[in-house]
Design a protein around this ligand. Structure first.
Ligand code: ZN
Length: 234
């Protein structure tokens, strides 16, 4: 390949490499990290555990209520079935009965509150499970397409590397070093197109001797007097 053609092709290869290597890095990170998914799963698990704890508390209170109601029925029976006659004992039973009824009333209120909370949380948990399932499905699809993209990028980067190595090996050392230096110092744009004797990047006129070299077919390259880039005929 002629020197100027080789440099222009090298610049194209390097540009494509930069874009695809960056994207490759992003895709690789996406494939190696599932933080969002883990967070969503942990949140849903926490909600489910909270609901389960509330339900178990509700069961405990219901059992306690049953026990108190049974006890209250027994006290009521003793009060009115004539089996207890001593006034002090009857007074004690009445006091027991009243305190049991108070406690039963409190428990019933507590259970009602708890039932409402359990009902609300059940809706939240069901909603969360649906959202998680949708997210997991979407995640799997994205992962599959990211894996595909990863493989395609890797293959293309290998091709680009092979081509770049080949072009570099074919270039004279001095011109290659100049190209590399300009690529570093000129924001990744080591070459400048020249049209009608003017550099199209910095708009400085190119002397005829340099313009002839920039036209191609030469053993060496010409750099712009303004921006210092390697000139080629646009
Ligand atoms: Zn220039």
């Amino acid at each position: 390949m002629e020197l100027m053609q080789a440099l222009r092709r090298l610049a194209q290869v390097d540009d494509e490499w930069d874009v695809k290597a960056r994207r490759f890095q992003q895709v690789r990170e996406r494939l190696s990290s599932d933080t969002t998914l883990q967070e969503m799963r942990a949140e849903q698990k926490a909600r489910e555990e909270q609901l389960s704890a509330l339900r178990s508390k509700q069961r405990d209170l219901e059992l306690e209520l049953e026990g108190l109601q049974e006890h209250s029925r027994q006290v009521e029976a003793s009060l009115y079935d004539g089996s207890v006659l001593a006034p002090r004992e009857l007074e004690n039973l009445r006091r027991d009965s009243e305190s049991l009824k108070r406690r039963i009333g409190q428990l019933e209120d507590q259970i009602l509150d708890l039932m409402a909370t359990v009902e609300e949380l059940t809706v939240v948990v069901e909603q969360g499970a649906k959202e998680l399932a949708t997210f997991e499905k979407q995640w799997e699809q994205e992962t599959a397409s990211a894996r595909e993209e990863y493989l395609a990028l890797r293959a293309r980067l290998e091709e680009l590397k092979a081509e770049r190595d080949q072009i570099r090996a074919s270039l004279p050392r001095r011109e290659l070093a100049l190209y590399q230096e300009l690529r570093r110092s000129k924001g990744g744009r080591p070459l400048a197109p020249m049209a009608e004797g003017v550099c199209q990047i910095c708009h400085v006129a190119v002397p005829a001797r340099k313009a002839a070299i920039a036209g191609g077919g030469s053993e060496t390259v010409a750099t712009c007097e303004g921006c210092g880039r390697i000139l080629y005929q646009a």
